[in-house]
Ligand binder design. Structure first.
Ligand code: PDD
Length: 288
């Protein structure tokens, strides 16, 4: 593995075994990621140089690869070293690392190519914390029908459904788009969604309709540790609108209070006590 130091202004990325400035990284147009969206990815937060919940992220990457029938081109140790090196090459205290594997470069044909070498790409960006006023007041969301495919458990780079949903939020000056399928909550365009009612936290089952967010496991642990009841079950749209509190979670946003949904106040209209408790516990988990 060759490496070059990060330029003072730019990012150094990893592509197929080499580190290089982001401007120099090139992928052939016949890469199946470009042609078919045929690949998977991960987003891993890094705090103080340490990849947070790395074993869980790596395990999910392995599951995503297995589900698209793509052999992992790197060993666990190689991935771990790659992430560590990428983080080391950048000056930011907190970062988030993006990892992507595609089925590689091959003549365009939908069926899997024989003998193609998977494309491995990784980059790190500065982790920019959410603006304090958004934590203080909470964020608005819009809702839409979930029109994505039936394998949302795979962290696929084919994100058109998520992109279109997020744009609906952007068009409405909202922070996130919360999606429903057949009247039940699924997730946000790039986050998991949490409902609080009468002190109990609810989240939808982690089936094929929802990505198994790494923060879902973490928040489950934080609920258990703080004696906050957690119920995993299907959640009706009406229950979401009747919530005392709503929250979203993701690698890049951590846990965020939602205080408006389709223009309507959530509970009191301000971030609630369960959010405050879980956010504090999240910060403590990062520092541990
Ligand atoms: N997205 N659901 C979807 C559809 C997501 O894209 C994400 C994360 C999550 C939350 O998962 P986690 O807690 O592991 O970040 C749920 C990442 C951040 C992204 O695509 O940038």
């Amino acid at each position: 593995m060759s490496s070059t130091p990060a330029e003072s202004t730019g990012q150094t990325v990893f592509l197929n075994g080499e580190f290089m400035p982001i401007e120099s990284a090139r992928v052939p147009v016949l890469d199946r990621g470009f042609i078919f969206g045929d690949g998977v990815y991960e987003v891993v937060p890094v705090y103080g140089g340490r990849a947070f919940r790395w074993p869980q992220h790596f395990a999910r990457l392995e599951r995503s690869l297995a589900k698209i029938r793509l052999a992992n081109p790197r060993s666990s140790q190689q991935w771990t070293e790659l992430v560590a090196e990428l983080v080391r090459l950048h000056p930011w205290r907190d970062q988030f690392v993006y990892l992507q594997v595609t089925r590689g470069v091959a003549k365009r044909d939908h069926a899997f190519p024989k003998g193609a070498t998977p494309t491995v790409f990784a980059m790190s960006s500065e982790f920019v914390a959410l603006a304090p006023q958004l934590r203080e007041h909470g964020v608005p969301v819009v809702t839409r029908p979930d029109e994505r495919w039936l394998h949302c458990d795979i962290k696929s780079i084919s994100l058109l459904g998520n992109v279109l949903a997020r744009q609906e939020a952007a068009d409405a000056d909202a922070f996130e788009c919360v999606m429903f399928r057949d009247g039940f909550l699924t997730e946000g365009s790039s986050s998991n969604i949490w409902v609080v009612r009468d002190g109990t936290v609810f989240c939808p089952p982690l089936d094929r309709l929802v990505l198994e967010g790494i923060r879902v496991g973490l928040i489950g642990e934080l609920c258990a540790a703080s004696g906050t009841p957690l119920e995993v079950r299907r959640i009706l749209r009406e229950e979401v609108f009747a919530a005392d509190e709503l929250m979203l979670s993701s690698a890049t946003r951590e846990v965020v209070p939602i205080t408006r949904i389709d223009g309507q106040a959530v509970g009191s209209g301000a971030p609630g006590p369960v959010y405050a408790r879980l956010y504090a516990a999240y910060q403590a988990a990062k520092a541990a």
